[in-house]
Design a protein. Structure first.
Length: 149
């Protein structure tokens, strides 16, 4: 049986959730470094710079830092948006649904299915059915689909 596109997209996004959270902290750190670099370039004394080469190295550095900062700010905004979207969706799940998705999909814990089966009393096959049903539910919530089979 061919896997459905919504399931692949939803599962991939959930599997990337922690990586996107980590990326947010990394990008924020990079932005702090760029801010420090920007300040140090602005503080340089341009009076002692050689004239006549036709190039202003400091200006090029400044523009480069500004361009890198703009790019990182866009990446930060995009990652924050993706994380907020997924967290909003996860917040709409009941406790069992969320625990199953977080352990089987988000964190991909080793032996998650067997552990969850023991903890919840659900059979392993039932856990997979619940996981698939919740992936469908999340996709519907994300995309506003409201039909009921």
């Amino acid at each position: 049986m061919r896997e459905l596109t919504y399931k692949i997209i939803m599962e991939n996004d959930l599997q990337n959730l922690n990586a996107w959270k980590f990326a947010i902290s990394q990008i924020q750190s990079e932005l702090e470094t760029l801010d420090a670099e920007f300040s140090s370039i602005k503080a340089m004394n341009f009076d002692k710079m050689p004239v006549g080469s036709g190039e202003n190295v400091q200006e090029e550095k400044l523009v480069s830092v500004i361009a890198r900062k703009d790019q990182k700010e866009s990446e930060l905004k995009f990652n924050k948006m993706r994380v907020a979207d997924l967290e909003r969706l996860l917040d709409q799940l009941d406790d069992d649904e969320r625990r199953i998705i977080e352990r089987m999909v988000v964190s991909k814990e080793k032996n998650a299915t067997a552990d969850l089966s023991e903890e919840t009393g659900y059979e392993i096959a039932q856990l997979y059915r619940i996981k698939n049903r919740v992936l469908m539910k999340l996709a519907r919530l994300r995309h506003g689909a409201s039909f009921h089979p």
